[in-house]
Design a protein around this ligand. Structure first.
Ligand SMILES: CCCCCCCCCCCC(=O)SCCNC(=O)CCNC(=O)[C@H](O)C(C)(C)COP(=O)(O)OP(=O)(O)OC[C@H]1O[C@@H](n2cnc3c(N)ncnc32)[C@H](O)[C@@H]1OP(=O)(O)O
Length: 286
């Protein structure tokens, strides 16, 4: 939801490079963020919820304009880095990652940079950072994250125990309109004894296909997920979740997905996801 909101900001500001990728530090103009914030507050009020305001928050400083512009009204200013500590990027390697997961990470990470004429340049691949509160860790987003449910966490990043549930990193290929996710399933994702729960597999598929759909189409919601489970995934193993654009049709974006063993030899799951573009108001029933 937060990512979708940022995506809408991106669309409205006509920024060519999408700034709304999962967990990315979005550089959204503060004025736009505040306007959108008020829109969200209006949405909350319409639904009987109340905004508790920004009292006691350092990032927002109410300063008399007379101090800066000589006018007798008050304005809002926002610090460019309003956080007390840097957020944890969950897509970076940690001690729970198996050697296989690290090798795959190193492989795709190396593709993010290419060498041309002795100089290192950005390659076609790009690692997407991932935080457990997407909106909060966007520039200026702490304001909106206070408006929205403070305890909310991105479902797939809701445990502090490394390796316990979803360990994954997504690499995006802009040219190919595709992405690959390296996914290691932890012990909390057990379904059949020793194997990954089908719902957990659906979750990672929804997240990965949703990520590429959002990248391509802006704010979207999953309308349909069609999943065929072909072979079980062992708990603790590392698999690749590959997704690519199949077609777009008006507001609809169709994404295909295959989950395979790390060497690609074994097909575990096949899926398609249909994503429908939304306005942020859709999330508030407007
Ligand atoms: C990088 C950061 C990432 C961010 C990180 C991402 C990770 C998380 C990603 C998770 C994403 C989610 O789980 S999202 C949460 C789960 N999804 C939801 O809760 C969605 C609930 N459903 C809805 O809100 C709604 O039904 C919508 C928005 C999907 C569609 O409603 P709508 O906006 O009114 O549009 P509507 O007119 O009904 O449909 C538009 C077109 O889509 C078609 N359509 C609609 N639904 C379907 C359907 N199920 N199957 C086939 N076709 C459908 C219609 O026929 C129509 O086609 P035509 O007539 O135009 O041809």
């Amino acid at each position: 939801m937060y990512a979708s909101h940022l995506a809408n900001l991106h669309r409205q500001t006509n920024i060519q490079e999408p700034r709304h990728l999962e967990g990315s530090i979005a550089k959204v103009p503060v004025g736009m963020m505040i306007r959108q914030g008020f829109q969200v507050v209006r949405g909350l009020h319409r639904h009987g919820m109340k905004w508790s305001g920004l009292a006691g928050r350092q990032p927002i400083n109410r300063v008399p304009v007379s101090q800066s512009m000589g006018v007798g009204v008050r304005v809002l200013t926002m610090s460019s880095w309003p956080f007390s500590s840097p957020p944890r990027d969950y897509s970076l390697p940690n001690d729970s990652w198996s050697p296989e997961m690290r090798n795959l990470y190193d492989h795709y990470n190396a593709l993010c940079e290419v060498e041309e004429e002795g100089q290192k340049k950005r390659g076609p691949w790009r690692r997407l950072p991932s935080y457990n509160r997407t909106l909060k860790y966007a520039t200026g987003g702490q304001c909106l994250s206070k408006v929205l449910q403070a305890k909310a966490r991105l479902f797939t990043r809701n445990t502090e125990e490394p390796g316990a549930s979803f360990e994954y990193v997504v690499f995006l290929n802009k040219q190919e309109k595709s992405c690959v996710c390296i996914f290691q399933a932890g012990h909390l994702l057990e379904g059949p004894p020793g194997h990954v729960h089908g719902g957990a597999i659906a979750t990672i598929i929804d997240s990965v296909t949703g990520t590429i759909a959002t990248y391509l189409a802006g704010p979207v919601m999953t309308a349909n997920l069609n999943i065929n489970y072909r072979s079980p995934i062992s708990l603790g193993s590392v698999v690749l979740v590959r997704s690519a654009l199949e077609k777009t049709e008006g507001r609809k974006t169709l994404i295909s997905c295959q989950v395979t063993s790390a060497d690609g030899a074994r097909l575990h799951t096949e899926a398609t996801g249909l994503f429908v573009a939304i306005n942020v108001g859709h999330l508030f029933g407007t």
